[in-house]
Design a protein around this ligand. Structure first.
Ligand code: AMP
Ligand code: MG
Length: 518
């Protein structure tokens, strides 16, 4: 597909960039056809301007970092030029279904996301999607828009998560506009360009299962296998093996989230990536004060998606995925026993979640505590730390970060972490146990600290940091968005010049509520 600058109103360099995005390549999601998606242009966005731009994500796509300065960049990534695209190459909204808050919700779909197509660069193919690009056939009661506030949060967090080493969709840019959008109050519209190898969700499979479209279900599974797990084609049961990959990648993702105190907020099955990526940033939050029952989404009255629930919910969601894939399982069995065997196989594969998650979390906790060897009781040591953190509402990020300063020998390095606990005696008791345990380690304090600082970030996207950047952006000052993004790209570095970004939240932050509306 190519765009002529005259009809699309793009500069020569933007036109060249647009020409690298294709949505008709063999093997691409878009090629699955009309059963899976509806093609339509984006809704016009008046006077679009660049709010944020990730040069890093641009580089992944082979885009030059200077492109954001192009006067037609915002025009293109607002979706405004898509009205000139030929019908067969228009952007597309995909159909999916899902379980929301544990209840079957029926058909959902991309209500405000439009796939532009994919870019192949350095041997990898990445899909681009405009989130907030306007109404689609799947918008239901929604307006198809996203607001500036939530778009900045998604942009900052997806880039931050990537640099924490956590699988996630990425963000190329945020494009803003003065177009009003009504939420709890009137805000303004924005479009985030998200980038990922695939945006396929558990809910895509559930959709075709619930509609009894086994042919479409198989095409979708074949697409994911072909693109991401081609080796599975040789497995006894490729579709069961695909479930196994989802179990593995989702379990690994839960380890990552739990280890940094990240709460997703809306772990509905339509917000779960088949590749185990963090996807759909809405009312997410990194915990400041540790509370195992922390709920970041104030619409989640039951606490279904509370911090401590996330791994269990992921497991529950995998059951939904397994059910969606069920008609594809058991191809190698005789017809008469196929159904029964397929269920048994699926149950066995799902069991793999626990086998993968628990030991991986234990390993990660040992790393976070700076323990090189595995000893009986390490589990208990980690759990009792979480218990006193919970009881004292100790800051999640700083507790682990400051722990690296503890000395093996004496309490000389305790103060920074100890001061996070109101109940100093409880901390001292725990620290004594920790020191006893450290005595069994050969590594010296300095090298232990270096290793710990590589797994315990100093900088995470605390709510109040995002809020500060958003408040300035609403005043048309986007400098804080980029400054914060730059800090979050080096979460494990000391960055003494950015100490303020690592500090405990200010008093005003405690009144911040993150709503589900985005
Ligand atoms: P979420 O839980 O935010 O991931 O969204 C659930 C469903 O609602 C998905 O199908 C979204 O595409 C859709 N949706 C969310 N917000 C909007 C909106 N403003 N306009 C249209 N659809 C939306
Ligand atoms: Mg969603």
């Amino acid at each position: 597909m190519s765009f002529s600058p005259s009809n699309a109103g793009l500069s020569a360099s933007m036109s060249a960039l647009a020409g690298t995005i294709g949505n008709q390549r063999a093997g691409s999601f878009a090629q699955l056809g009309t059963t899976f998606l509806t093609r339509l242009p984006a809704a016009p966005l008046p006077a679009p301007h660049v709010v944020g731009f990730s040069a890093e994500t641009a580089a992944l796509l082979g885009f030059d970092s200077s492109i954001a300065q192009d006067p037609t960049f915002a025009e293109f990534f607002s979706g405004n030029t898509t009205r000139d695209w030929p019908a067969q190459a228009l952007p597309y909204a995909t159909v999916y279904s899902g379980h929301q808050f544990g209840v079957w919700a029926g058909q959902l779909g991309d209500g405000r996301a439009l796939g532009l197509g994919e870019v192949e660069h350095d041997g990898t193919r990445l899909e681009l999607q405009l989130k907030g690009g306007g109404r689609t056939p799947y918008s239901r009661m929604g307006d198809g828009r996203a607001v500036l506030r939530s778009s900045i949060r998604e942009y900052l967090c997806s880039e931050a998560m990537h640099h924490l080493g956590i699988p996630t969709t990425r963000a190329l840019c945020v494009i803003g506009s003065d177009q009003p959008v009504r939420r709890e109050e009137v805000e303004t519209a924005a479009v985030v360009t998200r980038v990922a190898p695939s945006f396929v969700r558990f809910g895509h499979f559930e959709h075709f299962y619930s509609n009894d479209r086994v042919d479409a279900l198989r095409s979708l599974a074949d697409h994911v296998i072909e693109r991401f797990y081609p080796a599975l084609k040789e497995a006894d049961d490729p579709y069961l093996a695909l479930l196994g990959e989802a179990v593995r990648s989702t379990a690994d993702l839960m380890v990552e989230w739990q280890a940094v105190g990240f709460c997703h907020g809306v772990m509905n099955t339509d917000n779960m990536s088949i590749l185990g990526l963090t996807i759909d940033y809405g009312p997410f939050g990194f915990m400041d004060a540790f509370d195992a029952n922390y709920i970041c989404n104030h619409s989640d009255n039951q606490g279904r998606y509370a911090y401590r629930m996330q791994p269990q919910i992921a497991y529950w969601n995998l059951f939904c995925l397994a059910q969606g894939l069920l008609p594809l399982f058991g191809g190698r069995y005789e017809e008469s026993v196929r159904g029964e065997r397929a269920v048994q196989d699926a149950q066995r594969v799902l069991e793999g979640f626990k086998e993968r998650f628990a030991p991986a979390l234990e390993r990660r906790m040992r790393e976070k505590l700076g323990l090189e060897t595995a000893q009986p009781g390490d589990d208990q040591l980690a759990n009792s730390l979480f218990e006193i953190m919970h009881a004292n509402r100790a800051d999640f990020t700083l507790t682990f970060r400051h722990l690296a300063r503890l000395s093996k020998r004496d309490a000389s390095g305790d103060a920074p972490v100890r001061d996070l606990f109101l109940d100093r005696a409880a901390f001292d008791t725990w620290a004594a146990g920790y020191r006893t345990r450290l005595a069994h380690e050969t590594r010296d304090d300095a090298s232990r600290a270096i290793a710990m600082n590589r797994v315990n970030p100093k900088f995470v996207l605390r709510n109040h940091l995002a809020e500060t950047a958003i408040r300035k952006a609403k005043e048309k000052d986007f400098s804080e968005v980029e400054r914060l993004a730059a800090v979050l790209r080096r979460p494990f570095d000391e960055q003494p010049e950015n100490e303020a970004y690592a500090a405990l939240p200010p008093d005003w932050a405690s009144s911040l509520e993150v709503s589900c509306s985005s």
